[in-house]
Design a protein around this ligand. Structure first.
Ligand code: AMP
Ligand code: ZN
Length: 667
């Protein structure tokens, strides 16, 4: 029986590893997401029931959950060098000459790779199993970010086959452009500032404390160097081929070049084609292919002599700045936008560029009439990176940032620590009003079919709606006479609005558009507070005691709840029958036994996966906190509970209970 279980666990892990590989490395899934989830759930269940078979490299560990407060510093076994940079073909010819001088008359073969733009990482494997992942740091020592790295699905936790003894492999953790844009869309929807670029977001992700957050980010890892005391390969190219067989993601763009002219062709080819790639690159890395020759060439104080980076000039054009306009967002945030003389850039015509905020304008000292340099990166719209001062008109004047809202003429405010100016006229500023309604009806919120952004603007302009509650009072006969409306579309709108009354509370909460309450936060809050009344009556302390709710979100909720306008809107929504609490259906299996009690969970458990234990606590009305404090009521301790946590609990006199005690507690 037990043998059978062990066998099943192993089989599931092998299958899931293979499916992860097919999906994330080969990009060729052979199973539906649904079937994948079924297998993953089965494995999770078996691992929970039979903890003797648990394994920190199981595919179930990809979702993260481990919290790292301080990342350990680790000294690299082999130093992680920088690369020398070159900006011209002459630089590369010089490099080739230096190599020839060092190696004498030997033939030299090169490998060209793209320079992937992300954060470098060093992965160590022993006996085919990932041991540790460390950032480059200063090249001598970096941070241990293993828990976070394990969530990146394209990095194998267990290798396929046994082609090499213990070794290290280096690569770049990147955030592909699609994923980056999607993350930014979600941030904008939640009223947060979008991230500046994929590279910083990728490296920032590696240092997040909660690996479950990292798991949600669509990170990827491209590998570019095998480092081994006993490398069974003769060339760099073969070593990467071997790595590919072991399950690593090696880009297919790399190429062996036997002459320096081939190298130049590679550089020219990718100069334009790199914009078709799903991720950002800022150059090419040229390496000597023979590992023996690499050894012979060795290193300078800073970088290998056997490799050089060629940096592309960022795709940049200059054009004239005609006007700066200011956009008002749904939350009142003001974004300055540069309106440009249209110009070709990386295959598209650019007419507008982002200027981000007042500081940015001041820093660049951009003025109307200036000739500006525009660059394209991973951002949604291009950005201005500088001014050609030689072309500045004599009569030019420094840009004065607007002081009043372009939409409602209210004086703008800028809170300390905020990069942006805001229009404080939340309930009178037309763009904010329509923006809020547009957010309310959007797909991830109330998902009101038949009603689009333009219709919202029209309804507002016609004075039929002033806020989202008004939607529920709309009548078909009010809509029909409007421009471009027919009976059928009016009917659809009314139907869609009616149907939205079934949308569950967590989505309604997101739809309300409370600043910083995005989709995920709304879910957390709905689950914890269960109803809008509980949420809006919660104190600041209670709000921040909820897992993952910090000061900023708590303050924003309080701001919302003290405003009588919001209370009236919510009362009206209730009256119309919009879901303002969690329904009984979704409450099944939930109790209030642990109401008011705060738990900290530590160690490994026999009966529960750690996340399931947390869920169980919350389902029974308790709270889960991530660290022990005076406010903690119980610490549930499993095997291997951290010694510092134990001491802290003992010092504060907080009861440490076992998993069995906990099970008794909830009956
Ligand atoms: P730099 O940071 O300019 O000194 O460049 C060195 C960095 O380039 C390395 O630390 C890697 O993170 C990164 N890199 C990106 N792609 C490659 C590649 N194909 N080969 C080597 N290094 C690369
Ligand atoms: Zn305004």
């Amino acid at each position: 029986m037990i043998d059978n279980i062990e066998h099943r666990v192993k089989k599931l892990r092998d299958e899931l590893n293979q499916h992860n590989y097919n999906y994330y490395v080969l990009d060729k899934p052979t199973i539906s997401d649904y079937d994948f989830d079924l297998k993953l759930k089965e494995l999770e269940k078996l691992e929970a029931e039979y903890p003797e078979f648990s394994d920190s490299n199981s595919p179930t560990k990809r979702v993260g959950g481990e919290i790292t407060k301080n990342f350990n510093t680790v000294v690299h076994k082999n130093r992680m060098y920088s690369l020398d940079n070159s900006y011209s073909k002459e630089d590369i010819l010089d490099w080739e000459k230096r190599i020839e001088k060092n190696l004498g008359s030997e033939e030299v073969e090169f490998v060209c790779e793209l320079k992937y733009d992300g954060a470098s990482i060093n992965l160590s494997y022993e006996n085919g199993i990932l041991q540790r992942a460390v950032t480059r740091g200063d090249g001598y020592q970096g941070d241990d970010v293993t828990a976070n790295i394990k969530t990146i699905r394209s990095i194998p936790l267990v290798l396929k086959g046994n082609l090499i003894d213990d070794f290290e492999i280096r690569g770049e953790v990147i955030l592909p452009l699609d994923g980056f844009k999607k993350m930014n869309m979600e941030r904008i929807e939640a009223g947060e500032d979008p991230y500046m670029n994929p590279r910083n977001t990728a490296s920032g992700s590696l240092k997040l404390q909660d690996s479950a957050e990292v798991a949600k980010r669509p990170l990827d890892c491209l590998l570019y160097q095998v480092v081994a005391a006993k490398n069974p390969n003769k060339t760099h190219f073969e070593a990467l081929e071997m790595a590919q067989k072991l399950g690593f993601k090696i880009p297919t763009t790399l190429k062996i070049c036997s002459t320096i002219d081939d190298v130049f062709s590679f550089i020219d080819h990718w100069d334009t084609r790199r914009f078709d790639l799903p991720y950002e690159t800022d150059g090419v890395v040229i390496k000597v292919n023979s590992l023996a020759q690499q050894d012979e060439l060795g290193y300078t104080a800073k970088s290998p002599r056997w490799a050089i980076a060629y940096k592309y000039k960022a795709e940049q054009v200059s054009t004239i700045l005609k006007e700066i306009t200011y956009q008002v967002g749904r939350t009142g945030a003001i974004t300055p936008v540069a309106n440009l003389e249209p110009v070709q850039l990386a295959g598209t015509v650019v007419k507008r560029a982002s200027l981000h905020n007042a500081d940015q304008i001041e820093k660049l000292d951009v003025r109307i009439g200036d000739t500006v340099f525009v660059e394209k990166g991973g951002e949604i719209i291009p950005k201005i990176v500088g001014v050609d001062l030689s072309k500045r008109p004599k009569d030019s004047e420094p840009t004065k940032y607007i002081t009043h809202c372009p939409d409602c003429d209210t004086e703008l405010v800028r809170a300390e620590g905020d990069a942006k100016h805001f229009c404080p006229n939340e309930y009178g500023c037309p763009t904010q009003i329509t923006g809020r309604i547009q957010h309310f009806i959007s797909r991830k919120a109330m998902n009101i079919d038949g009603l689009g952004s333009e219709t919202v603007e029209l309804l507002f302009k016609e004075g039929l709606i002033h806020n989202y509650a008004d939607l529920y009072e709309l009548k078909e006969e009010q809509i029909v006479p409007l421009e471009r409306m027919a009976e059928k579309s009016a009917k659809n709108i009314i139907e869609g609005i009616k149907k939205s009354k079934e949308v569950p509370f967590e989505k309604v909460l997101f739809a309300l558009g409370i600043r910083f309450v995005g989709e995920t936060v709304a879910k957390k809050l709905a689950k914890y507070f269960k109803s809008i009344d509980n949420l809006l009556q919660a104190s600041f302390e209670e709000l921040i005691s909820v897992d993952e709710i910090g000061d900023i979100i708590a303050k924003s909720i309080i701001n919302f709840s003290v405003n009588p306008i919001n209370i009236e809107l919510i009362d009206r929504l209730k009256l119309y029958g919009v879901q303002m609490e969690v329904t009984a259906e979704s409450q099944i299996g939930k109790t209030a036994i642990l109401q008011g009690k705060t738990f900290v969970v530590s160690g490994v458990f026999a009966h529960f996966e750690r996340n399931d234990l947390k869920k169980s606590i919350e389902d029974n009305g308790g709270k889960v906190a991530s660290s022990i404090s005076k406010k903690t009521d119980y610490v549930v301790a499993g095997d291997n509970m951290g010694p510092s946590k134990r001491t802290k609990a003992e010092d504060l006199g907080i009861p440490i209970i076992s998993e069995t005690d906990y099970l008794k507690m909830i009956g």
